[in-house]
Design a protein around this ligand. Structure first.
Ligand SMILES: Cc1cc2nc3c(=O)[nH]c(=O)nc-3n(C[C@H](O)[C@H](O)[C@H](O)COP(=O)(O)OP(=O)(O)OC[C@H]3O[C@@H](n4cnc5c(N)ncnc54)[C@H](O)[C@@H]3O)c2cc1C
Length: 283
């Protein structure tokens, strides 16, 4: 990207990310807390096999947990497996994840694990399944666009799995993923019902009003322990409405200089965002 386009893109991306630094993340978390919203902080970065860089990411998560604690914020973290070792090798990833979990447990904080593209799904689920028996405050994201997610969900729930259900942000082929919007949405409904029927703690991660109103309906029939999770900068009106209806709401807040890939995914999700970028380039 040329410098100018990058700067214009950043101006748009800024609504989805807290900024470049840990302090920016703290400010965004504080802002969420002031709105009665819990924060889920994510240090951006992914797909790195470079062990030195991975170590820096792990250290930053430890620092993040320490700062959340010292600033007494209602916040937790979400990590990307390929950022903390899975793009190098599985045992390295597991060790790094365990270091982060150990610090979070000392401070009574929950750790979420993001789900990335299908290259990493099997090992991400495998390591989660393995750690679940001994680490209760650990949650995993499952993507409704992935055909395997129903089996993963049915396998993980009886083991005490804590799931964040999302639609899925990565382009995948038709062998592993539902390509039609209608199939993806139908699967989201199906998996959401399973969560309400069988889940312990879980999270509904979407901005889709159809999914959200179905979740609201299901919550009336089931005594479920769940929260809504939405991304920073998207549908703030919905967050306010859900809070006033008595639901718990968390906001996923990413930060860090590696904002480009994340923002590209947000851009792709909505034509209007692309138009915004084109307009700011033209104008
Ligand atoms: C808390 C949280 C954590 C997530 N973690 C992961 C993860 O670990 N792995 C993963 O693959 N995906 C993750 N996602 C992203 C998710 O997979 C979707 O890509 C994203 O949430 C958009 O889908 P949607 O459910 O909002 O539905 P959509 O049908 O895409 O959108 C529904 C409505 O939401 C609004 N909306 C959605 N996206 C945008 C946007 N970019 N800009 C403006 N408005 C928008 C629009 O009003 C749209 O009509 C996460 C999402 C959330 C909320």
């Amino acid at each position: 990207m040329t410098r100018i386009i990058e700067r214009l893109f950043y101006r748009i991306a800024k609504r989805w990310i807290a900024g470049y630094t840990l302090q920016d993340a703290m400010d965004a978390a504080r802002n969420a807390n002031q709105r009665k919203i819990h924060a889920i902080l994510n240090r951006l970065g992914e797909h790195t096999p470079d062990r030195r860089l991975i170590q820096q990411y792990v250290d930053e998560y430890l620092k993040l947990l320490e700062t959340i604690q010292s600033e007494n914020l209602q916040a937790t973290i979400s990590v990307k497996p390929s950022q903390i070792g899975l793009a190098a090798e599985i045992p390295f990833y597991r060790d790094n994840l365990l270091k982060i979990i150990a610090r979070a447990e000392e401070e009574g904080r929950f750790v979420w694990i993001d789900m990335e593209n299908s290259l990493y799904t099997e090992s991400t689920v495998e390591v989660y399944r393995e750690l679940l028996g001994t680490h209760k405050d650990l949650g995993l994201c499952l993507q409704a666009n992935m055909k395997r997610s129903e089996n993963d969900l049915k396998d993980l729930l009886p083991r005490g799995g804590k799931i964040r259900l999302v639609k899925g942000a990565y382009p995948e082929n038709g062998e592993v993923a539902f390509k039609r919007r209608s199939e993806l949405n139908a699967n989201y409904f199906r998996l959401m019902r399973l969560l309400f029927e069988r889940g312990g703690f879980f999270a509904i991660g979407t901005h889709d009003e159809k999914m959200i109103s179905e979740a609201e309906k299901l919550s009336r029939d089931h005594n479920a322990n769940f929260e809504f999770q939405l991304l920073k900068g998207i549908r703030d009106d919905l967050k306010t409405r859900l809070l006033s209806d008595g639901f718990r709401v968390s906001e996923y807040i990413p930060y860090g200089p590696e904002w480009y890939n994340y923002s590209k995914r947000r851009m792709r999700e909505r034509k209007r965002n692309i138009l915004l970028l084109i307009r700011s380039i033209m104008g």
